[in-house]
Design a protein around this ligand. Sequence first.
Ligand SMILES: [Zn+2]
Length: 424
Amino acid sequence: MKFLMSLALLFTVHQFAFGQDGYIDVKKLPAPDCTGKQTMNTKFAKTSEANGVIVVVPDNPSEADKMEGMLQYYDQAGIKKESELTQEDYFKAIILLGVISDFKHWESFEIPINRMKDGFVFNNETYADKSDAIYYASENRCVYTGNSMTVIQALSGTMQYYDYMILRNGLLSEMFIHNEGPIDLDAIREANYDKQDLTYYNLFVDKKIKNLEISDSIIVDICQTMDLPLPTFKINAYCHHNPNATRLFSNFYPFAGCDVLADDMVFGTVQLEAIHVTGRNKGMISHETFHVLWEKLVSQDYGNQFFNEGIQTYYEFLKSPQKVSNAVKIQKKYPDYDILKMVTKGDSQSFWSGPGEGKNNMPISYDISGLVVKFMVENWGLDNFKRFFANPDKTEAIRTMCGVSPEQLVVNYKGWLQQFPDID
Ligand SMILES: [Zn+2]
C-alpha cells in the first residue's frame, strides 16, 4: 500500500520536474518540513515520551570505536545490548544502531528492512555494498543500519526530516519526505551531472557548469604541503550549479532553511561523506577537500572549530602571503577578539557569531584562527601541531605542546604578532 502510493508520487513529481532536455529542476521538487511538525521523527519523539525510549546496539558491534563515538550523543542509561532486552522493551520506542549483520534477532524488531547474507533489502531493492546504509523511522522505531559503520555514522550525522534516507555506494540515493514521497537522488545525479572518475576524486559536475577543470592536483598539493600521505580512498565531490541542489544533496536544510533558495546564494559544505560546493569555485573545493583530508588523515576536530578552520587557513597562507597581511590587518582592527575562549573551546556558535569582514562578510574567526595556527606551527612544528590537534582537551594539549597555560599562549601570540608591520 505504502509502496504503491510512493510509486505514484515518484511519477508525478518527476513528470513535473523534468525539463525538455531531461535535466531535472530541483527547485520544483518537494522540500522537507523544517518546522519538524510533519516528520516521522517528531512522531517517534512523541512515542518516546509516552512509552519511554531505548537505544539498542549489537552485543559485539564491529568497528567498536566508531560505535562508541556515536553512542556518546545518547543518554548512557538508556543504552542496551541486544541480549539485555526484555519483553517489555519491545513496546518502547527503540533506536537501533549498528551494522545489520551484527544483530542476532533482527526480525524481532519488526522493521520493513530485511536482512540478507551480505546486506539488506528495502522496498524490493538489494543493498550489498560495504558503503550502503539506511536511516528509517516509524512511530516506534528509529533505525540507523547498513553494511559498515562509516556510512551509518555519516547518516547519523545529518538532520532527519525523512521517513527514510538511503546511502548507496556511499552516495545519497533516496530520501522519503513525509506526506510527499520519495526523492530519487540517483535519477537526479544521472540526469544533471557528469561523472568523472579521477584517482582521488569521484567528481560530479553539474552539466550546466561548462569547462570546469578539477584535478587530483588539489589533493596532491594539500598532502605534500601538509606532510600527509596520499589518500587510499576517493573523495566524493559535487560541483552544483544551483544552491537548491547543493542543499538537496548535502541535506543542508537545517542551516539553509526549507524555502526555495535564491539562485545567487553560494555555499560549500562537507556532509554525508561528500564535498558540496555551489558554482565554479575551485577555492571552495580546495577548502572542503582540505577538511576531508585532515579529518581522515590526521584527526577529527572534536568540536573545536577554531583549530579546524585555522589549519585550513594556515594552508591558504602558505599559498598566498597577501592573505597573511590581510589577516594581520583584521586581527589588529579587532584587538579584543576573545582568543582565549577560541583556543580552549572554539565551539561553532562562538566561531560563527563574531563580526564579519571582506566582500563575503566572512567571520573574522577564519583569519584570526589562521594566524594563531601559523604562530603555533612556526614555533612547535607541524608534527607536534598534528598531535595537539588530535587531543580533544585543548587546555591540556596547549600545556603539553607549548609548556604554558592557554592564557600565557595568548600573551605570547600577541607578542609574536608585533613582528608584522602595520598596514593601512
Ligand atoms: Zn572550513
